[in-house]
Design a protein around this ligand. Structure first.
Ligand code: 2NL
Length: 344
């Protein structure tokens, strides 16, 4: 039995040393030290030995088992270390290599200009109001002093959806709805940004879908001078503190009086150049005092309440501000155009 134990030890140690990986090592462990292994079997058979031999053989069997277990542990540790070393070698990174640049996105130039205009008016105490793009004929035309047979309805050829619904041609219906909801009470101080639609052939300065921002102030004692002061602040903040504005008489069905507003040319400072067509002035928006009919239709007493309103095209503002020569650039998604606007 002593001989058999020694042979087992030698054989086991050889197999431990031959094992190439943790899986093979575990197979050796199960084969020699497992419940069905030869050493367990020998220990189980101890009862048949004489009282004299039993402790001797017992001790020896335990020694053999210990020796195999110790070698196994050592080999496991060695293989694990080797695995880690191999992993470290193969996965090492050169921390001195330059990183790969991450391309960040940027807001669309039109979004930037719209947000800039919004921030400017929010700073003057205005609230932002929005409304549906598919609009009732009533709010788009009727409530704005444009009755069914009004010639101005031809002026802005529209996309009709049914007899009395259309894609809105301006954001004024949002203002008409806001006034109606206020049930004849002031004050109102809102700007309405959004998409609008007109049946135009697209070219460098026309688009069948574009953006508008309109403003409306309704209160007691609102005067033309309030409109002028507001637009002057807007123009200077938007185009530069040394810019001037001028008001020219104009006509809109929803305002009386109506004006067109120019800003002094930033390129020539008023002397006349190709940008301002030799006039020294550039048109930026239309405005006026809200027509009494519009106030009355929305439920306001026009003797008590007055209002001013204005409307502008952010595409046009952006084109002037950044020297963009074609409105279609805003909608054709050319990345050479879209990615230029992280500055400003
Ligand atoms: C332009 C001119 C304008 C308005 C819009 C307005 C709205 C209400 C009542 C009165 Cl509810 N007026 N809006 C007034 C004057 C001009 O827009 O050339 N826009 C690009």
């Amino acid at each position: 039995m002593e001989q058999r134990l020694k042979e087992l030890q030698q054989q086991a140690l050889q197999e431990v040393s031959d094992a190439k990986n943790l899986k093979e090592l575990n197979e050796v462990r199960v084969a020699y030290l497992g419940k069905k292994g030869p050493i367990t079997e020998i220990l189980r058979g101890m009862g048949k030995l004489s009282a004299e031999e039993r402790p001797k053989m017992g001790a020896l069997a335990n020694e053999v088992r210990e020796a195999i277990a110790t070698q196994l542990e050592a080999k496991v540790e060695m293989l694990e270390k080797a695995t880690v070393a191999e992993k470290l070698a193969s996965e090492s990174i050169d921390v001195t290599l330059p990183g790969r640049p991450v391309r960040t996105g940027n807001k669309h130039p039109l979004t930037k200009v719209v947000e800039e205009i919004e921030d400017l008016f929010l700073g003057m105490g205005y609230q932002i109001a929005e409304g549906p793009e598919v609009e009732k004929d009533y709010y788009n035309f009727e409530a704005l002093n444009l009755p069914k047979d009004h010639p101005a309805r031809d002026m802005q050829d529209s996309f009709y959806i049914t007899e009395d619904t259309l894609l809105r041609t301006h954001t004024s219906p949002v203002q008409a709805r806001t006034m109606e909801k206020n049930e004849g009470k002031g004050p109102i101080k809102i700007i309405c940004p959004g998409k609008v639609y007109r049946r135009d052939d697209d070219d460098a300065t026309h688009s069948h879908q574009f953006t508008q921002i309109e403003g409306l102030v309704v209160d007691e004692n609102i005067r033309m001078s309030d409109l002028k002061g507001t637009l002057e602040v807007f123009a200077k903040k938007m185009f530069g503190e040394d810019r001037e504005i001028r008001l020219r008489p104009s006509f809109f069905p929803f305002t009386e009086p109506s004006v067109e507003v120019d800003v002094s040319c930033a390129k020539c400072g008023g002397k006349g150049c190709n940008v301002c067509k030799q006039t020294g002035w550039i048109e930026i928006l239309g405005a006026g005092m809200v027509h009494p009919n519009v106030l009355e239709m929305a439920g306001y007493d026009s003797k008590m309440y007055q209002g001013f309103a204005f409307g502008m095209g952010p595409e046009r503002i952006a084109m002037l501000k950044y020297g963009i020569d074609d409105i279609r650039h805003f909608y054709t998604n050319d990345q050479r155009f879209n990615t230029q606007w992280n500055r400003a």
